[in-house]
Design a protein around this ligand. Structure first.
Ligand SMILES: [Ca+2]
Length: 232
């Protein structure tokens, strides 16, 4: 059922401006999932890249230039996050459930959230984690990082059905969870939910991301989660 991902990945950014994400090609179907009107005060999100095709359709050089500049800005942001010296990518992951009960390094398994992002197009992709069901409700990822830090930021890279994260927690040395963000995830398309907060007094090497998959119809997939913080 996933052989047509290339097609889906190409069509999705145009067909589904926000929200819904399918595992099978349904070109005629469009989603009208709404974007949130109230971004959480303690999060910031850069805009997604402009679709080059949209600019080409307009036939305007100015629009093409704007699209290229937006594309360059997008690439610079991706590069800065990937190479952030205070950023760490997860080395272990467990999840509430996985698509097709995927284990170990199988497609859509929890392990697909470890390491740096490797999904570069919005849409269903086995290099990201997906829960067992599309719209079942509460699902979570529990992530371990190599180095305990005073955390100040968590970046959740959403690659399909973005916008379903409802809570981010970090865990102290005693194993107690501390909610650093909860609210309405404003992420659309392929992008990071960026959660910023005052540096934690404790050191943490564990992050839990909770989703309500019912709020964004279709599959909700997470490619990677970065923990940002310093030793002191
Ligand atoms: Ca991945």
């Amino acid at each position: 059922m996933h052989s047509s991902c290339r097609l889906i990945c190409f069509l999705l950014p145009f067909a589904l401006l926000a929200g819904g994400c399918k595992k099978e090609a349904t070109p005629k179907e469009t989603s009208t999932a709404t974007t949130s009107g109230t971004a959480p005060a303690n999060s910031a999100l850069a805009s997604a890249p402009a679709a080059p095709a949209a600019a080409a359709d307009s036939g305007s050089n100015a629009a093409e230039t704007t699209a290229k500049l937006a594309g360059a800005e997008w690439a610079l942001k991706q590069d800065a996050i990937k190479h952030d010296p205070n950023g760490q990518w997860a080395i272990q992951a467990t999840a509430s459930s996985t698509y097709n009960d995927a284990k170990d390094t199988a497609s859509w398994s929890a392990n697909k959230v470890t390491g740096a992002p490797n999904v570069d197009t919005y849409g269903d992709n086995g290099e990201a984690w997906a829960p067992k069901t599309q719209d079942g409700g509460i699902e979570w990822l529990d992530l371990k990082y190599p180095r305990p830090v005073h955390a100040a930021e968590v970046r959740v890279r959403e690659s399909c059905g973005a916008g379903a994260v409802i809570k981010v927690e970090v865990f102290d040395e005693q194993g107690a969870g501390h909610t650093v963000w909860s609210g309405n995830d404003p992420t659309t398309d392929l992008n990071y939910l960026i959660v910023k907060f005052p540096p934690t007094t404790f050191k943490t090497d564990r992050v839990k991301v909770t989703l309500a998959t019912n709020v964004i119809p279709g599959w909700n997939e997470i490619d990677a989660v970065q923990l940002v913080g310093t030793d002191k």
